[in-house]
Design a protein around this ligand. Structure first.
Ligand code: MAN
Length: 349
């Protein structure tokens, strides 16, 4: 296999004990999958903070945000025959799905891209409203002119969809509501208009016919999306056989729009790959890596809240250097550098 990531020696950059929980009753279970952006000469992470409460023997507890916007704890006896709890991430109870953790997004900044700290101003983005009662996750941050577009996974009993908030100053946010309804996640907006239109990658799931594929959509305003096209599918027998999903906004290169994506197999092992879209018509996929460009191999990637996972949705580009920030084992935030030209050389037509 061809792992071409140069991991930071400082990894993991952040782990659950590094931050304070959002309230005294909660504890941080994982820090993962940060959105990334540069603002006022600093590198910023918008980290997904997944919280729960201390568990007691014989019962399972999990937090949700109730209709009043307050954290409420749900409690189910472990021996309840209506409970299915064999995945650390999700619970089924009486035919409904819940998450074991409740995620919010938290801003952290850094002067060198390696040591991150919390800014002085209020830096928490919480789920709000009935479409975000099980939390918000895995935010992509795309900058178009002076506006940052935050596309994130919004989870509730209604399903998993894509929420959008925008900001210019990272202090006040406009909530634009859900832009892709369930089941949909992994949405990244291109950082410039193509032929006068906004473009976004996203990942609807179609359980009966179809699958977990990457789609491309267009929009006149970044809020209303249409002309949906399926552009990247899972590949039988390969590392990305069960699901694929976009990482952060595509990187503009002279060969095309380069996208780093995650793929998982049926064993839920998550690796990273790349594909290239035509500059003028991004629905044309020009090439794709056959093998992963990064796969879990360090201890902090192999074991954690959910092991054997590298997952990225944020990066910084500096010339040929691509620095990705990634969630490792669904528990830690890490960093790694790549050469963009080296990634391009691994693409196959
Ligand atoms: C999957 C995993 C979880 C996540 C849910 C909802 O089960 O990625 O971590 O919380 O989807 O998005």
């Amino acid at each position: 296999m061809s792992d071409i990531a140069r991991r930071f020696p400082e990894n993991p950059l952040l782990m659950p004990k590094d931050l304070k929980a959002s309230s005294t009753e909660l504890q941080i279970i994982s820090l993962l999958n940060p959105g990334v952006f540069v603002f006022e000469n600093k590198t910023w992470l918008l980290v997904r903070v997944a919280e729960s409460i201390a568990q007691k023997e014989g019962v399972i507890f999990f937090p949700v945000i109730n209709a009043l916007g307050k954290v409420e704890i749900i409690e189910i006896p472990l021996n309840d025959p209506d409970l299915v709890a064999n995945d650390p991430r999700v619970i089924k109870y009486k035919g409904l799905d819940y998450l074991t953790t409740l995620s919010h997004l938290r801003l952290l900044c850094s002067d060198d891209g390696r040591k991150f700290y919390e800014p002085e101003h209020d830096a928490l983005l919480m789920g709000s409203g009935i479409l975000e009662q099980f939390g918000i996750e895995d935010c992509r941050v795309s900058k178009l002119e002076d506006t940052y577009y935050l596309t994130y996974t919004a989870v509730s009993e209604n399903g998993v969809g894509v929420g959008l908030r925008t900001t210019k100053n990272w202090k006040s946010f406009e909530n634009k509501g859900m832009i892709f309804p369930p089941h949909n996640k992994d949405c990244a907006i291109f950082e410039e208009l193509v032929n006068g239109k906004f473009y976004a990658l996203h990942r609807p799931s179609s359980p009966e016919i179809g699958g977990n594929f990457i789609w491309l959509s267009e929009s006149p305003d970044g809020i209303h999306w249409g002309n949906h096209k399926c552009i990247i599918k899972t590949r039988q027998g390969l590392w990305d056989s069960a699901r694929v999903g976009a990482g952060a906004a595509p990187i503009k290169t002279d060969k095309g729009w380069l996208e780093i994506y995650h793929g998982a197999n049926a064993e839920h092992q998550y690796c990273l790959g790349a594909f290239l879209m035509d500059l003028e018509d991004p629905s044309k996929v020009l090439a794709r890596t056959l093998e992963p460009i990064m796969l879990p191999q360090e201890n902090y990637e192999l074991s954690g809240f959910f092991g054997y996972v590298v997952f990225t949705n944020g990066h910084v580009v500096n010339g040929d250097k691509l620095t990705i920030y990634y969630g490792a084992a669904d528990e830690f935030v890490c960093g790694a550098d790549f050469s963009i030209n080296e990634i391009l050389s691994y693409l196959e037509v």
